[in-house]
Ligand binder design. Structure first.
Ligand code: GTR
Length: 407
């Protein structure tokens, strides 16, 4: 069946009714903070069953090895550590290569920004000592070069998205890994990643996890390992991601309450944007183009968004009362900037119930102007990307919520 045509015209947005995050499935209203955990559990289960699928249990032990360390990295600014971990618990299973920079000057332990990268660890900074990602080379042919620019294999090709010196200078560590270490991003990629390694029964069940679930789960396994690094304060771990990895960051933060702060950069459909708003990428389009990202039940809602028992504002609500930041880009209509804002706005009642200020703005703010209390939002000018402006807001938000220690 042909998916409904994409709508990019605000005047053609059809009315819709969102499920209320503060009403239980059986109709009971959630009126006090003490009643929230039960609703939270219910929503989490609905997202597992209908959207992202169910993640496997946490392995008893995550084997890891420090494969390299240099305490005079980046001209003495940082200690660079590379850690190889086995997210499934099996030493001969898929390996995740974590690159960690810790600022030398900051009092330890330091808060940390964590996020997966699209092009291998070597793409985030020209530092010649970063191990070149073998998995990136292995799977590069699967990248959509037309959409995402030419395949630049060079070191630092994505440095504009990772202002490493600025992050370190502000007293934060940075931990990143190539998302393809967990699962290469194509239909059938599961065979080469953690889903394949843990598969128990093909064909998968309707609520078996998709690739987004696998990437999110891997971030939690990286956090397991960071908890064993004395220089890192994992009670102040921020997780961030762009686009499909923004969807991933939200799902990781929703499930794993150890993530103290969650940032979605231009995450769009299946991320921060409301599914019921017919603007930009739709559930049908995303399921058609990326059949491996979500659980198979999600396909039931192709052009039938009103039947979803949840919508994406409830994903944001699952992060409450922890700080969450949603960022849009004005030219990124495919991701529905307004739908991303509205999703945050409709999650706000949960933050309020839990005694936290929310967005503090009922209207989408003007371009390049951040708003918010425990929830943050901005829409900046420009395209689908991560820019210096975005990072400036994230660092300011982190300074307010997971500050570094005073010298
Ligand atoms: C697009 C996709 C979006 C977003 C983006 C990205 O093609 O339609 O949902 O995830 O890719 O991750 O770059």
């Amino acid at each position: 069946m042909q998916a409904r045509p994409t709508n990019l015209d605000e005047s053609k947005v059809q009315p819709y009714t969102l499920p209320d995050p503060l009403v239980m499935q059986d109709g009971t209203p959630v009126t006090c903070a003490a009643a929230w955990p039960a609703r939270r559990a219910e929503l989490l289960e609905l997202f597992r069953q209908n959207v992202y699928g169910r993640s496997p249990p946490v392995p008893a032990r995550i084997p890891f090895a420090v494969t390299g360390t240099d305490d005079r990295a980046l001209g003495g600014l940082a200690t660079r550590t590379e850690i190889t971990l086995c997210p499934t618990g099996a030493p001969d299973g898929p390996a995740m290569h974590l690159l960690l920079y810790v600022p030398n000057a900051a009092p330890k332990p330091v808060p940390v920004f964590m996020g997966l990268n699209f092009r291998g660890n070597h793409s985030i900074h020209p530092d010649p000592a970063i191990t070149f990602s073998a998995n990136w080379t292995r799977y590069a042919a699967h990248f959509d070069a037309a959409k995402d620019g030419p395949l630049d294999a060079s070191r630092g090709s994505r440095a504009s998205r990772w202002p490493v010196a600025k992050i370190l200078g502000r007293g934060y560590a940075l931990a990143t890994a190539f998302y393809g270490d967990l699962e290469p991003d194509f239909d059938g990629g599961w065979k080469h990643g953690v889903r394949g390694a843990l598969a128990t029964r093909p064909p998968p069940a309707a609520d078996s996890w998709g690739a987004i679930g696998a990437w999110a789960w891997g971030l939690s396994r990286a956090l397991d390992v960071l908890e064993q690094q004395p220089a890192i304060d994992t009670t102040r771990a921020a997780i961030l991601g762009h686009s499909r990895l923004g969807k991933t960051a939200l799902w990781a933060g929703a499930q794993d309450e150890r993530f103290a702060l969650v940032i979605s950069n231009n995450s769009g459909c299946g991320g921060a944007a409301l599914s019921r708003r017919n603007f930009g990428e739709s559930v049908a389009r995303i399921n058609e183009t990326f059949p491996h990202w979500f659980c198979s039940t999600f396909k039931r809602y192709n052009d039938q968004e009103a039947d979803l028992p949840v919508d994406q504002h409830e994903l944001i609500a699952l992060i409450a009362p922890r700080p969450v930041y949603i960022a849009s880009a004005a030219e990124d209509l495919w991701a529905d900037p307004k739908g991303e804002f509205l999703s945050a706005l409709h999650a706000e009642p949960v933050y309020r119930l839990l005694g936290r200020p929310g967005l503090e703005s009922a209207e989408q703010p003007p371009l390049n102007h951040a708003v918010g209390g425990t929830m943050g939002y901005h829409i900046r000018s420009g395209k689908h990307d991560v820019t210096a402006f975005d990072w400036d807001q994230y660092l300011a938000f982190a300074d307010r919520h997971i500050p570094r220690r005073a010298l």
